[in-house]
Design a protein around this ligand. Structure first.
Ligand code: FAD
Ligand code: NAP
Ligand code: MG
Length: 463
């Protein structure tokens, strides 16, 4: 009998979790299918693989990355730690709770560099179109080898969609914005706060992008930052130079008019208005259609597409938990593909989905959201051999983190947390986050030598 074939789209944290899950089974001596992962970028890491480019890449594909220079983890790393590969194992010393992007990128790579996972990935390859044959029960995937400008197709028994959902901007229109004389961009194209120094900025949105891009621009010397909300303000105790206002109604030249009747002029507008789940490679009947939320409809156990569970989606939820949640999903998906986890009937799956959807509807605040996602992970982690971790304690850390941010949005990243994987207490970073302008791995990991003051230097040269 020929081996089953698994196709994975995307080599970000979710796709890599799927590859790692199969490697873990292989190491235990289990027979695994042939796995091929397609990644349109030249390297793995998804969002964590920083791109300076905006618009299109070298081969004309839409740029995936939405990350920027000076991006630091916006939650404690103890809340996302892989339970089969700790920060201690990777860095061999305690590090702080909020590492910058290059450090987290390094950590993600550390776990998979140990295996031969890279051999399963075809880089510079875009999944262009997928169809499913009801008779053969196989997917046909049309692929573009970007480097060689070659189109080809292959067949798979299972399809894992791990293409992320924070890449295609949601870009609303506001009357008059077409005549705004300054820069108008979406958070997806924001690459660093430097260019906004001394400018008056208007950010539209009231979630993580608005909060962090606002704080980054403040830190790097913007003259002022206004955050404009649609539903509710973020509600922090903002430092001088930052404030929140209700939604913009329209623009006149460089002047924004707000719902409360006030007006103000700006130099640039950044739309922090979120992203669309976008799967241009899937036909309508296989496409996940959802807004960004904690339990997208149609996914049994958050992963199996109910109409056709040979189609698996990873990481499509809004995310408190990230890397460790993708792992629990990937381990469960693997066991289904190995025939070790059996799915109930379509109707039973629908009932299970509905229970989660009903509960999701009733959530009121951040604490509820954290408890909900913790319970979701609890529900699926027991179904595979992914190593258990203390979800109660992680949930507590998330709740502390929300309080830390409310206490002081400029200093929350200086706090430290304890690992549930190793028990290690995080180290304090050598420099306060507000004074740390360098996000390189080198500076982060190795404390800079104290600069000698002039007196000391003079004394030493006298001798
Ligand atoms: P992604 O990381 O988006 O990876 C998807 C991959 O699929 C990409 O490599 C892409 O090139 C590839 N792909 C897409 N389409 C195709 C195609 N058609 N063919 C082939 N390949 C394709 N999480 C945290 O835990 N902490 C943070 O501090 C944090 N900061 C963030 C900051 C920003 C600005 C954003 C946008 C997200 C942040 N996140 C953070 C959340 C982030 O989404 C997850 O950490 C993680 O990257 C999601 O992994 P993923 O693999 O599901 O998706
Ligand atoms: P998001 O959480 O989905 O939030 C979208 C925001 O856009 C909401 O505030 C929404 O307001 C607003 N919005 C949507 N349409 C609008 C409209 N027409 N007019 C006005 N407002 C509108 O998206 P996100 O903030 O971009 O975050 C995405 C991910 O990136 C998250 O996982 C986050 O953690 C991550 N991130 C991390 C960092 C970091 O520092 N590490 C930085 C940035 C982002 P409503 O409430 O009214 O719907
Ligand atoms: Mg388990």
């Amino acid at each position: 009998m020929t081996k089953k074939r698994v196709g994975i789209i995307g080599a970000g944290p979710s796709g890599l979790a799927q590859l790692r899950a199969f490697e873990a089974a292989k190491k235990k001596g289990e027979e695994v299918p042939e796995v091929v992962c397609f990644e349109k970028q030249s390297n793995w890491g998804g969002m964590w693989n920083y791109s300076w480019r905006t618009g299109v890449g070298k081969y004309g594909e839409p740029i995936h990355g939405s990350m920027y220079k000076y991006l630091w983890s916006n939650g404690p790393k103890e809340c996302l730690e892989f339970s089969d590969y700790s920060f201690d194992e990777h860095f061999e010393k305690p590090i702080s709770s909020y590492p910058p992007r290059p450090v987290l990128f390094d950590y993600i790579q550390g776990r998979i560099k140990k295996d031969n996972v890279r051999d399963y990935i075809r880089f510079d390859t875009t999944a262009r179109w997928i169809s499913f044959d009801e008779d053969t029960k196989k997917f046909t995937m049309i692929l573009d080898d970007l480097k060689n400008d070659r189109t080809y197709s292959e067949e798979f028994d299972y399809l894992v969609v791990a293409s992320g959902h924070f890449s295609t901007p949601n870009m609303p229109y506001f009357k008059g914005i077409e005549n705004f004389p300054g820069n108008v961009l979406h958070a997806h194209d924001f690459r660093g706060a430097d260019q906004f120094k001394d400018q008056k900025l208007l950010l539209i949105g009231s979630s993580y992008s608005a909060e962090d891009i606002g704080v980054q621009c403040h830190k790097h010397g913007a003259k002022s930052v206004t955050l404009s909300y649609r539903t509710s303000p973020i509600g922090m105790d903002w430092p001088e130079g930052m404030k929140e206002k209700p939604l913009v109604t329209h623009f006149e030249d460089n002047v924004a008019h707000f719902k409360d009747g006030t007006t103000e002029s700006y130099d640039a507008v950044i739309m922090c208005t979120g992203y669309q789940h976008k799967f241009p490679f899937l036909p309508d009947n296989m496409r996940l259609k959802t807004k960004n939320n904690l339990y997208p409809d149609h996914l049994y156990k958050g992963v199996f597409f109910n109409e056709n569970p040979q189609l698996i989606y990873l990481g499509m939820q809004d995310q408190y938990y990230t890397f460790n949640m993708f792992d629990t999903q990937a381990w469960l998906a693997r066991d289904y593909m190995l025939g070790k986890f059996e799915l109930p009937s379509k109707e039973e799956r629908r009932e299970d989905i509905n229970l989660w959807l009903e509960r999701n509807e009733k959530l009121k605040n951040g604490d509820d959201h954290v408890d909900f996602q913790s319970d979701y992970i609890r529900d699926i982690i027991k179904l595979s051999d992914y190593p258990d971790f203390n979800l109660d304690k992680v949930a507590e850390m998330f709740k502390e983190w929300m309080k830390d941010k409310e206490d002081n949005i400029l200093t929350y990243r200086d706090k430290t947390y304890q690992s549930v994987v190793t028990g290690t207490m995080a180290a304090e970073h050598h420099t306060d986050w507000m004074d740390e302008m360098d996000d390189s791995k080198e500076r982060y990991l190795y404390e800079p030598e104290e600069e000698e003051d002039d007196d000391v230097k003079m004394n030493s040269t006298v001798v």
